[in-house]
Design a protein around this ligand. Structure first.
Ligand code: DI6
Ligand code: FE
Length: 399
């Protein structure tokens, strides 16, 4: 692979501890063998016979969407209508709609079809400079259908130049055949299915939905113990609609992240800080569900809990397939600074996925970069419904 030198860029390295955004004015980046070899000012750059002049454009690490459900069948436009006519998300779920209607639509599709149908959603992210996407199961709810979903997720990485990280989310909802038998579902589907999917190399991490309408901390803990036995990291949808102490339980299992966390209390913040868990903020779901309680952003700052921002792209609570819009919403709805928002879709998103090889522009990191028709990194969360991406580099290659 050719060595590339990018010069005359405004380079937001997103490294910690120095200038805001780790910004290098009139910066340069050297790429070698799919990795970043060096970053600094253009005047300090090593010799290259054909440098690429960025004309002052902004360079950031490629974006990372660390929480999505982009593999699914069908859509939920009808429920969107019902909610606007007054039904709540939890009421719709209890009436067999919600997640379960997507389960019905997902079970009838094969892995290849699921992957093909996810492509427009994935492409929307890629067009915004996203280079790493986490994808969850959770709409199959049988062993075979959950495994199928992760096969579809893996397939996406053959179809597009992107890194896919998979999460086993069988503990997402209780399927009709296990109504009032959540414990049995955990024992018969969520745990043995995890072992099978892991044996097939399909699982990178393990997730759950800890909520009144889903699973209790005790039930999720059993899945996490099975994950630990397989050496898999865990994360959790926690404290989205109520406070069940899920984040604290997950932190006790060394969770990479606790996601949503609108209803998290001080105890939960402390537990996450002690465990080094990332708080993944999902303003698309907050917005779609007309939530009013914002996550405890100030408490996260004070406790030093890193914050990530993701799309939560899914057919129900966050039919949003734009990470740039998530950044804008994180700033406007949750009052993250533009620097925190961008760190949330780069450095801290990488951390939420346990990936130490990306998320900043530094020697040794993957050469995953986004180049923007923008002069300052605050522009990425400032505009609404506007995509300034000029060029995306995935593993050193324009793609
Ligand atoms: N929380 C969410 O926001 C998504 N899953 C979850 O546990 C919603 C999934 C859906 O409504 O289809
Ligand atoms: Fe989610």
């Amino acid at each position: 692979m050719a060595t590339r030198l990018l010069i005359h860029g405004t380079v937001a390295t997103m490294t910690e501890g120095g200038a805001a955004y780790g910004l290098i004015e009139d910066g340069a980046v050297l790429l070698e063998g799919g990795r970043i070899a060096w970053a600094g000012t253009t005047s300090d750059a090593p010799f290259h016979d054909r440098p690429e002049d960025l004309g002052g454009r902004l360079v950031t690490p490629a974006l990372i969407d660390c929480h999505t459900h982009i593999v699914f069948g069908g859509d939920r436009a009808r429920e969107f209508e019902m909610r606007l006519l007054g039904a709540s998300y939890a009421e719709i779920a209890k009436a067999g709609g919600g997640i379960l209607s997507t389960v019905t639509a997902t079970r009838v599709l094969d892995a290849e079809t699921l992957a093909r149908q996810a492509l427009p959603r994935l492409d929307a992210l890629i067009r915004e400079g996203v280079s790493t996407v986490e994808v969850k199961s959770g709409y199959g709810l049988t062993i075979a259908d959950e495994v199928k979903m992760l096969r579809a997720a893996r397939r996406l990485a053959d179809l597009r130049p992107v890194t896919i990280v998979t999460s086993w989310l069988a503990a997402h909802a209780i399927p009709p055949e296990y109504e009032n038998a959540a414990d049995r579902y955990i024992a018969e589907v969520a745990i043995p299915g995890l072992r099978q999917a892991h044996a097939e190399g399909l699982v990178d991490q393990v997730d759950g939905f800890c909520e009144g309408i889903a699973f209790s901390p005790t039930q999720i803990a059993l899945v996490f113990e099975a994950a630990a036995a397989l050496g898999l990291p865990v994360k959790l949808h926690a404290e989205q609609l109520s406070n069940l102490g899920g984040a604290k339980m997950a932190a006790g299992h060394g969770a990479l992240s606790c996601d949503h966390v609108e209803y998290l209390d001080a105890d939960g913040v402390r537990a996450m800080a002690a465990a080094g868990s990332v708080a993944v903020l999902l303003p698309g779901a907050f917005y779609t569900l007309h939530e009013t309680q914002a996550p405890p952003v100030d408490a996260f700052r004070r406790a030093g809990v890193p914050m990530a921002v993701a799309s939560d792209g899914n057919p129900g609570s966050s039919p949003m397939f734009s990470l740039l819009l998530a950044l804008n919403m994180a700033a406007t709805l949750f009052r993250l600074t533009p620097e925190e928002a961008l760190a949330g879709a780069t450095r801290n998103a990488a951390r939420a996925l346990g990936l130490s090889d990306r998320g900043t522009i530094q020697a040794e990191k993957r050469a995953d970069l986004a180049i923007w028709d923008a002069a300052h990194p605050a522009e990425l969360s400032y505009r609404i419904g506007y995509n300034p991406l000029a060029q995306r580099i995935h593993g050193g290659i324009d793609a």
